[in-house]
Design a protein around this ligand. Structure first.
Ligand code: NDP
Length: 300
């Protein structure tokens, strides 16, 4: 079997177009412009790239984008003060603090200081609890993007066996909650899981969120399964020239694509969906803040 490629780039463009339509409606019919504030502390190069592209795409869909770039030695009190101001700013509907934060800042404290209604990353403890209990919440962007692609490909996920490899708070655990919410039978695997190959072989849906380049080989994949590769790993690529690198996922793409029914590539799979879902969450937050109906299909 040769897998169908789930094109995350194209899917993300569709989500952004949908978001842009809702932004226009919010502006024209309700006089409201959704606003997203991104806070970056320090100069981590990868974070700078993410923040830049988030800002660019926010503007492209017609929303207001505000960036706060703070020095690496910013104190916790200064950061909390900025977040408090953004929490109280009626023109800001979504707040994202780019992680990781410098070591001297308490990430949990900072994230939990964001108003849950504006927590477009879905990491606030209230949103984690709401998602875990099946209530309306802000849903973490990467798992939300994976869920959207799975629903689009399969329609109903009810009764399917899903294995999520990885149990992080930002990907693995919320992904498992979302799949459970869609009535999958969910297994969460991690570094202590025994016989991982056998666990993965049972799955109709495999979500790999491990951070280990090409760890999942094709012979772990059940014939016809759907493989969602969340991993982003940068490897040296001397064949492309000195100092060049290439991105690979957590699954061995060629061998997995030979057995899967559908698969997301890296790059061009889950990655683009993450930012699209951040924009979707900001529109959702804006609608909720203004007591308006939420757009359909943009949240879980
Ligand atoms: P974490 O490092 O927080 O978590 C990795 C998880 O993988 C842990 O639960 C760990 O288990 C598990 N793990 C590690 N080694 C093994 C192993 N040998 N067998 C089974 N499980 C293992 O990573 P994240 O969840 O933050 O990210 C995962 C990947 O997704 C990374 O490549 C990251 O770059 C990518 N990512 C991509 C995003 C996107 O937009 N596409 C967004 C966020 C992340 P244990 O808990 O036991 O240590």
């Amino acid at each position: 079997m040769t897998a169908m490629i789930i094109d995350g780039k194209e899917f993300a463009a569709r989500v952004r177009a949908k978001v842009a339509g809702h932004v226009t409606r919010l502006k024209d019919q309700h006089g409201v412009t959704p606003g997203l504030a991104v806070v970056l502390v320090g100069e981590d190069p990868a974070s700078q790239v993410y923040v830049r592209s988030k800002g660019k795409m926010t503007v492209e869909v017609g929303m207001k984008s505000v960036e706060h770039k703070l020095e690496a030695d910013t104190s916790e009190a200064e950061l909390l003060d900025l977040i408090a101001r953004l929490n109280n700013d009626p023109e800001i509907h979504g707040i994202l603090v780019q992680l990781p934060l410098p070591k001297h800042l308490d990430e949990d404290l900072v994230i939990n200081s964001i108003s849950p209604a504006k927590d477009v990353d879905g990491f606030h403890i209230s949103n984690v609890g709401l998602l875990g209990t099946g209530q309306k919440s802000m849903v973490p962007c990467t798992p939300l993007g994976c869920l959207m692609m799975l629903r689009d490909h399969h329609g109903s996920l009810s009764g399917m066996d899903a294995v999520v490899i990885g149990r992080s708070n930002i990907v693995g655990k919320p992904m498992a909650q979302l799949l459970l919410g869609d009535s999958c039978t969910v297994t969460i695997a991690h570094s202590r899981t025994k016989d991982l190959a056998d666990v993965v072989r049972r799955a109709d849906i495999v979500v790999a969120a491990v951070g280990r380049p090409e760890m999942v080989p094709g012979d772990w994949i059940k014939e016809g399964a759907t493989v969602i590769d969340v991993g982003i790993n940068r490897l040296d690529a001397p064949e492309k020239g000195e100092g060049k690198t290439r991105l690979v996922g957590d699954v061995d793409y060629d061998s997995c694509a030979a057995r899967a029914g559908a698969i997301t590539p890296v790059p061009g799979g889950v990655g683009p969906m993450t930012i699209a879902c951040l924009l979707a969450n900001t529109v959702t937050a804006c609608c909720r803040a203004n007591g308006l109906d939420e757009p359909e299909g943009l949240t879980a």
